[in-house]
Each structure stands twice: as C-alpha cells, then as structure tokens.
Design a protein around this ligand. Sequence first.
Ligand SMILES: [Cu+2]
Length: 645
Amino acid sequence: MTNRAGRRRARRLAIGSAVVLALAGMNGPWLYRFGTEQYHQYAINRPEYKAENGHWEIVDFPEEYRQNTIHAALLRTGKVLLIAGSGNNQDNFDAKRFDTRIWDPVKGTVKKVPTPKDLFCTGHTQLANGNLLIAGGTKRYEKLKGDVTKAGGLMIVHNENPDRPITLPAGTKFTGKENGKTFVSKDPVLVPRAEKKFDPATGKFLGNDPGLGRIYVEAAKSGAKYETGTEDNYRIQGLTGVDARNTYGIAQKLALDKKDFQGIRDAFEFDPVAEKYIKVDPMKEARWYPTLTTLSDGRILSLSGLDEIGQLVPGKNEVYDPDTKRWTYTKEVRQFPTYPAISLMQNGELFYSGANAGYGPDDVGRDPGIWDLDTNRFTKIPGMSDKDRLETAATVLLPPAQDEKYMVIGGGGVGESRKSSAKTRLVDLLADDPRFVDGPSLDKGTRYPQASILPDDTVLISGGSEDYRGRGDSNILEARIYDAKTDRMSRVADPLVGRNYHSGSILLPDGRVMFFGSDSLYADKANTKPGKFEQRIEIYTPPYLYRDARPSLSGGPKTIERGGSATFATQHASSVESARLIRPSASTHVTDVDQKSIALALKTTKDGITVTVPKNRNLVQSGWYMLFVTDDQGTPSEAQWVKVP
Ligand SMILES: [Cu+2]
C-alpha cells in the first residue's frame, strides 16, 4: 500500500467511526441514513479530501439541449462534440430526429448542430487538419425475433458475365428454383462483372469467377409460411437474354430470425471552427460500429462494422485519403468483431488488444496480436487472462506513449453474457516477445470501464457495470488512478452517476475529465422496467487541481514540426519536470484509439521551457495536440494547443 493510500484508508475508517459516534444517541434507520448522507456530503467536500481524492460534479444541460450522447470528441477549439444521432431510440429514428451538440466546458455553453444522417454508432478519429472524420452509422434498427413479421435475410447475387457489371434496382424479385417462394430486395445492388480465370502455368482458360453482390431481401407478405428451410438458387424476375442466363441469387435459409442493426456508407468531416458537418465521399462498405485508425502515412483505416444487411463486414477494410477525400479497399481482407481496439505502433504495424464492442462471431478475430497491414501477417500475442471476456473491455496506451505499454481493462463475455473480468492486463510491445501479464485487479468484474490518460502520466479508470448493460442494478460507482510508473492503482472519490454501455470519458484541456452517456437495459434491480438513457454529464477534477498553484504556460508557437523545438513561457520554470503532447480523445463504446500522451524532451531556463517533439511520425501523428507541462509536485498546467504538421 502506498503512503497516500494508507492515509486515505485511515481517514475513511475515521469518517466511518465519527458517523457512528455522532449518531449513537439518535434512533431509527431513516435518521441514520439521513445523517450518513449529510456527513458524506460534508466529507467529500472538505478541501483535504479533494486534495487526496479529487471531486465529481454533475452537469445537467437545460432540458431542450439534453440528448442521448453516444459519441464524444474533444475539438481543437477546446469544445466537445457530442453526437447522439437517433441516440438508440427507435422513435427518434422513425421521426428522423438526429442530434448533435457542441459544448464549451469552460464557458458552460451548449449549442445544437444540424445532423445530416443517423450517426448513431458511427466511427471517428482526429484528422491532421483538426477536423474529425466521421464514417458510418445507422440505416435500420434491429428487429428482435418475434417482431420480425416477414421472412428475410442475405441474398448473394452472382454475375457470370465477364463483359459487364449489372445493377438490380430496389424491389427486384427473386424466386426460388426449388422452393418457389418469392423475395424482394430492399435496396439497389451493383454486381461487378465476372473475372476470367486462367491457369498460371499453361495460360489455359479455366472458367469465370462470378462477381458477387450482397443484398437484403424479404418475403412480399408476412407470415411463417414464407420461411425457407435451406439454401436455394433464385431466378431474378424481369431479366431477359444474356442477363437472365448470367445472373442469379443464392440464399441460405430465409427466416423470421432476429435482424441486426444495419450500417450506412456515409462519411463526413466535422469542421470545429465552422462547427458543421462536411459531406465527403461515402465508404465502399456500409458500417455500423466501425473503428477508424490513423496509419503511418496519415490515411485513415476503417475497420469492421455491420454492413447494410446487418452482417459483420466480411473482412473488407478500407482507407480514407484526407487529401482526395476518397476511400479505397485495402489489398487483403481480415475480419474483426465490431469496434476493434486497433492502433498504430511506433514501427508502423498495428496492435490489436483483442478488445471490441458487441457484434461478431465468437471465433472470428478475437485473438490479440500485431498486424502488418502490408503483408496481412498477424502475430498473436499470448498471455491474455480472461481472454473470453474482452468484449466491452477498455484499451489504453499507457503514458508516455514511447514506452509502448498497453493496458486492457475489464471486459465481458461475448454478446449478452453475464461474465465479466476484474483483471487489468499489461503488454510491453517493445519487448522481444511481447506477452500479456496481469496488472492490479479491480474490485469487481467490470464491463465498459471508462479510461482517460491524465497529464501526470497516470490513468483515470472509472465506472462500468458488472453485468451486461448494468443488468441487476450492477453499475460500479468507483474510480481509480493507475500510475504506470509504479504499477499502483489507488481508489479515489466515487463518481455520482453510474455509467455502462454507450458511455465514455474525455480529458479536457484544463486537466479535468468529462464523462458522458450510459444506456442501462433496465431501470430496476429485478430487471422488469425498461432503462432510461443517462443524459447528464459528469466532470471529475483530479487531486492535482486542488493544490496551491499550477504551473503557467503561455507564448510559444502554434505549430511545432516533428523533430523541432519550441520555447514557452512559464512562471515556474525551475519546478517543471515534464512536458507531454496529448492527442485529443474521440470516444465511443469504450473505444478511443486516438488518445495517447507523448513525452517531449525538456530544457528549462530561468523563465521558460524549451520542448522538442520526437521525430517518429508513427508516434507523433500529424494533427492538433494539447501541450501540458507538469511540475515536481505532479501538478499540470492548462494545455496549450499546438499543431504538428
Ligand atoms: Cu451501440
């Protein structure tokens, strides 16, 4: 136990006995509780308590500005973009009510922003120009078994014609050659032309590889009698001649099963100065729950998600070029569950922690490892404990990023499993043979933990729930600060609001941390009443902001090149011990692959500091960063925004 933790525990015990003593003369359980709550309020508001444990406060927007925030990103203006889209609410979706807010956490102002599409469950990442790239979202809500009235499913349209592609409009009818049943497509589909295959040795023509198109079809009428039992080949109505001969559909069983959410292809850049969405080229694939990860060359990799028919995108990943604003497929395919935690390593390869959020078969893309995108080689990393509980786990690149140590926190079993993990696991990617080892444990199995890097090289870990979406009243009102250097975890003040699914946290430029969202399945312990989305924001002020003074930081350039140096003024130069560039968060579904804290070389002078940015572009990706300096007490300055071009 650390000294601090020891003192804190002693004080907690003291608080406990003081309450008992003070109330010993009173009677009745109500009075006791009332007194305890009052004393608790007094205790958590004492300056000494805050200086040790920090402090939480709730921010409640005026009613007309409240929304179901599912996504949040810190913009280079210091404001926070809060995206709800339809906010996991079918009524909003049906009414095309899609919401976005911009919140200024310093001024406390909030503004509505017109939202062009349903960005509920989109993907996002910070771009070099300071815009936020946003791609994917919701085309249709899920339909649970029982609510599905028309038999339906995936039809794979085959085109055997090597001379030209074919487009089938929405409403195209497919009739089974065996079963005689007819199904109708919901959307148009472009089916590429067939490819001629030749024997590489002899050059002999072997036949055609048909072009394939994927489309959702459903029965024209409701009822179980339109379900099919098994695979069939489908004739397409309205086609004649060559097209009729070359084009057909193949579908497995078409039934009244649960239909998953469906994704969209739309993509936008959010401009933080104009405060609006700018439409860019749509993705090649529709995606619901994609992860966007910046690559070595500044392009953005879009990974996984559910496609426009609600199936896991079959390994077709794609890349966004911020210069041309267009998408292209990657050469090779590789399949991951939705929202995979994948980020760029210093050597240009990609690290996948195994953490993800929500959808995909339990045997596809679940192993953590290192992925070389060019060769598509994937090297598994061993040693992960509770490996079957990585859904809704959090992944953090521990500060400083140069050490390339990741922590994987908590997580749960696949789907709606009741299993969850109390473990944290650590991996050192600079080791010769990286392997996961256990770090300090949490008290309880924890799905959806929120994790934010702080400027003093610690990580705030908070909230989550023990069961899937907080079932059984299982929200965890606990927070901890993990010190990467000492590998110690200390309990701090408890959050006031429980947060599970559809929640997250973001470090603010003033050193505080904001928390958003939570989407409990039920409102009661017995799981009988439907849950209500948590619309309140909460702010945690860490202990370091309850000390006497914080270092000042001013002046300096707005831009620092990789490998370049810059000088800033500070009144406390001699006490400044470290400087960090922290990449602003873009967080959803326990996934925030952007956040990282990069150590800068530091020289102090009489009234200023000079920092030098590392040269490695994989470590320091182009974009806007918060520059913090921290003094010998561990107290950070407010951040200055700097751009690394
Ligand atoms: Cu979701």
